[in-house]
Structure formats: C-alpha cells, structure tokens
Ligand binder design. Structure first.
Ligand code: ZN
Length: 71
C-alpha cells in the first residue's frame, strides 16, 4: 500500500477509475477511457492519476473545477 499516490484531492469526492468528469467552466469532458490527446494522456488514465499540472485542455481550468458525471 502506498497512500501517498492515493492522497489526491480528487479522492475526496470518491472518484472511480472510470469516472468521467466535466469541466465546470466550458463543459469539456475528461473520459478516462479516452485519455487526453492535448496533454498526451494515454487512454485508461483515471482522473485521479492525471499529472498535477494537468488542466482543462480547452479552457485551462484547474482539476478542482471538474465535476464528476454519473453514468
Ligand atoms: Zn474547461
């Protein structure tokens, strides 16, 4: 167990590995199944494992501006 890699802010809102999140500013959706071409994030990367400097590829909003989507 390595708690350090799990202590991201996103964890506080109970994100699952496949949870999609929507930018609260421009409504761009981050889908873990697709990753992010802009940031060269490979498909299969959970939101909680995005690099700390990742921001919205459309409007540069911070990760905390993203809201989880319910399937
Ligand atoms: Zn945005």
């Amino acid at each position: 167990m390595d708690e350090r890699t799990r202590s991201t802010p996103a964890r506080q809102i109970g994100l699952g590995p496949a949870t999609r999140l929507e930018c609260g500013i421009c409504w761009t959706v981050y889908d873990p199944a697709l990753g992010d071409e802009v940031w060269q994030i490979p498909p299969g990367t959970p939101f909680s494992e995005l690099p700390p400097h990742w921001t919205c590829p459309n409007c540069a909003a911070e990760q905390r501006s993203f809201l989880p989507l319910d399937d």
